[in-house]
Design a protein around this ligand. Structure first.
Ligand SMILES: Nc1ncnc2c1ncn2[C@@H]1O[C@H](COP(=O)(O)OP(=O)(O)OP(=O)(O)O)[C@@H](O)[C@H]1O
Ligand SMILES: [Mg+2]
Length: 252
């Protein structure tokens, strides 16, 4: 990609509206995500953050507004459509299979077999999947000793790392994380922020929802604030302050 292509937003959401019955969750929200960018998405409870992301991933359908992906107008009828564009979301509950090991979680639903007979019989190529999982973790600088331990026996931070690895394993271009550090101790949260930095360095753009402003200021390039379903600020982290962002969040 040349420089001018990098200047075109990877994703633009314009004037997004969405109601659930009488609740107007989004009232004309805007979002811009650039290439190689970490965007912090903040706002009070019920501001509409998760709803906006679920529209971007095809979980919910928008009532009004438009979504552009590299300038093309798109609409996602299901998470499968957005995944086909390389958009992956990691939910707060991570949606890992606790009683499966790291390799099985990374390849869940996308298991590999080699050879015609194996494919027919559904035999999996465990060695290949383990090798690819190890390469993936190394690339993201995620340090997990045994890939054959069930993830329920791992720490919260390691589980978050496995969820991120799974999200980026298959040509992800955008990864959305809903509160990736909320349940973590400071040291483990720091490791997750490191992984987010490595993702950006490897050309993946990231949207991070967090109530921990310090994390946003540590890892994000830009921060946008939703309040009552509207985008009311969109600023470069380097050009703003936590005080300012808190004022946007609470209003008044
Ligand atoms: N599936 C749904 N059905 C009905 N109402 C919903 C649904 N999802 C969200 N809402 C409502 O839409 C509004 C925005 O919710 P949303 O989950 O997007 O907020 P949020 O910014 O993610 O909040 P939090 O920080 O608490 O996660 C809330 O009033 C919520 O109750
Ligand atoms: Mg939410």
């Amino acid at each position: 990609m040349n420089t001018s292509e990098l200047d075109i937003p990877l994703i633009e959401m314009r004037g997004i509206t969405k109601s659930f019955g009488a609740v107007q969750a989004l009232r004309g929200a805007n979002l811009r995500l650039m290439h190689n960018e970490v965007l912090g998405l903040v706002g009070d409870n019920a501001a509409g953050k998760s709803t906006l992301m679920k529209i971007l991933t095809g979980v919910h359908q928008l009532d009004g507004g438009e979504i552009l992906f590299e300038k093309d107008k798109i609409s996602f009828d299901s998470p499968r459509d957005s995944r086909a564009k390389g958009i992956e979301m990691i939910y707060q509950n991570l949606a890992l299979a606790p009683n499966l090991d790291v390799v099985s979680n990374v390849f869940l639903g996308r298991e590999k077999s080699t050879g015609v007979v194996s494919k027919l019989l559904g035999w999996l190529d465990e060695d290949l999947m383990e090798k690819e999982t190890r390469e993936l973790l190394n690339r993201l600088k995620i340090n997990i000793q045994s890939l054959r331990v069930n993830v329920e026996r791992m720490s919260g931070g390691q589980q978050q790392a496995v969820a991120i690895a799974r999200a980026v394993a298959f040509q992800a271009r955008v990864v959305i994380m809903d509160e990736p550090t909320a349940a973590l101790a400071v040291k483990e949260a720091g490791k997750v922020l490191d992984i987010i930095n490595h993702l950006r360095d490897s050309g993946v753009s990231v949207i991070v929802i967090s109530h921990r402003l310090q994390d946003i200021f540590d890892v994000a390039d830009r921060v946008m604030v939703l309040r009552s379903g509207e985008t009311i600020a969109d600023e470069k982290v380097a050009d703003t302050s936590m005080d300012k962002i808190v004022k946007y969040i609470v209003g008044g």
